[in-house]
Design a protein around this ligand. Structure first.
Ligand code: F6R
Length: 377
């Protein structure tokens, strides 16, 4: 069943180009320009879009990280103010309800107890209100037969196929795709982006499967070798900014859950407000630096870490001389506009976590204390 891979996690990492391709086929509307329709076919009813003023996203763990990327996209592309809440926190301190809010539950398994309970609560407290308050409940899930799917009015099926490794990889990338589609659909309907810009983003999305393949082909051996150098490492810091800040969080979560190494993800600009005190030669720092609006800023944050003797690992395109000088090790990714880069930058971080854990001889697919579906509170 592992088809020659040592672990399901590695097999699932390699399934990602195919997953992205399936998502593109399922949701892109090839005739959108000719027919003057939305570029994205989500099959959502009209009332989903009417007078939409706000989005509220509820999730846990890796799905919460995908939701943070979703917030970035919904706000920056479709201009919809978006909140992202941990389902376990929302349940006990829900913000006041507002009319015209779309609530989205994001869960790959569709069975996470806290996410289901938070959605049930949201449905319940809206039920007695006017139609303006009606719960627009949307699920983003990989399991169209799950409890989540039965609870919400509509789902976006992320089409990733069953994931066996406890650490979410391909389902995360598929959730990101769902958010690109939702944000583009809303941007089109709300006319927040010029059509040429929408076409440009779609062209970029279409390149992703081949680019992910390229990273897997060209980087895996190198990352496997690099992993040997962290046999004694006890702490890691992951830095990113903007749309890649949630990827820093995700890189840290992947590493801690399967390798049991303490890891923290931080927005790079926050380093100097505390975490920089942790740094010395024993704490490697992984910085995601994609050319774009925050590139120089991330590099200068990385340099601050280097000045504290940290070993610097850069997730960055290869032939940018400035980056090659700063970083001690490079996990190169193809050049890609910042907006679309999370689908690429997360791949080397998954491989790094995988190889560090595999090298330590750990049970990568079933890490201690963790379960694939967290069906208890
Ligand atoms: C991380 C991981 C967990 C899950 C979390 C939510 O690799 O697998 O953090 O992301 O338990 O699970 P779902 O998405 O099934 O609600």
């Amino acid at each position: 069943e592992k088809q020659g891979f040592r672990h399901f996690m590695l097999k699932e990492i390699y399934e990602q180009p195919g997953v992205v391709r399936t998502c593109l086929e399922a949701y892109l509307n090839p005739d959108w320009e000719a027919n003057q329709e939305s570029p994205i076919k989500l099959g959502l009813p009209e009332h989903f879009y009417q007078d939409l003023e706000q989005v509220q996203i509820l999730a846990c763990g890796t799905s919460w990280h995908a939701s943070l990327v979703g917030k970035y996209l919904l706000e920056q592309l479709a201009e919809v103010p978006t909140m992202v809440q941990y389902a376990s926190e929302f349940r006990y301190a829900p913000p006041p309800i507002t009319a015209n809010t779309l609530t989205i539950g994001v869960t790959q398994s569709g069975e996470t107890a806290d996410t289901l309970a938070a959605l049930a609560m949201e449905q319940q407290r809206r039920s007695g209100k006017t139609s303006q308050y009606q719960a627009r409940l949307l699920g983003i899930t990989n399991r169209p037969e799950s409890s989540l799917a039965q609870m919400v009015a509509q789902i976006i099926d992320t089409h990733a196929g069953i994931e066996i490794g406890v650490a979410a990889t391909k389902t995360f990338v598929a959730q990101l795709m769902a958010f690109y589609f939702l944000a583009l659909d809303l941007a089109y309907r709300r006319q927040t982006l010029p059509l040429e810009r929408i076409a440009e983003i779609i062209a970029g999305l279409r390149q992703l499967p081949a680019e992910v393949e390229l990273i897997l082909e060209s980087q895996e051996r190198y990352i496997e070798e690099l992993a040997h150098e962290f046999n004694e490492t006890q702490d890691f810091i992951f830095l990113g900014r903007g749309i890649n800040f949630p990827i820093a969080l995700e890189g840290a979560l992947k590493l801690k859950e399967i390798s049991y190494i303490h890891a923290e993800g931080y927005p790079a600009g926050e380093m100097k407000h505390g975490p920089i005190a942790l740094l010395d030669a024993k704490v490697p720092v992984v910085a995601i630096a994609m050319p774009g609006s925050l590139y120089e800023k991330v590099l200068s944050n990385a340099q601050e870490a280097k000045a504290r003797d940290a070993r610097l690992i850069g997730v960055t395109p290869k032939d940018v001389p400035q980056a090659t000088e700063i970083f001690d090790d490079l996990l190169p990714v193809p050049k890609m506009e910042e907006l679309l880069s999370p689908i690429l930058t997360v791949i080397p971080l998954q491989l790094l976590a995988y190889h560090i854990a595999a090298r330590r001889g750990l049970d990568v697919d079933q890490p201690r204390n963790l379960a694939k579906s967290v069906t208890v509170e």
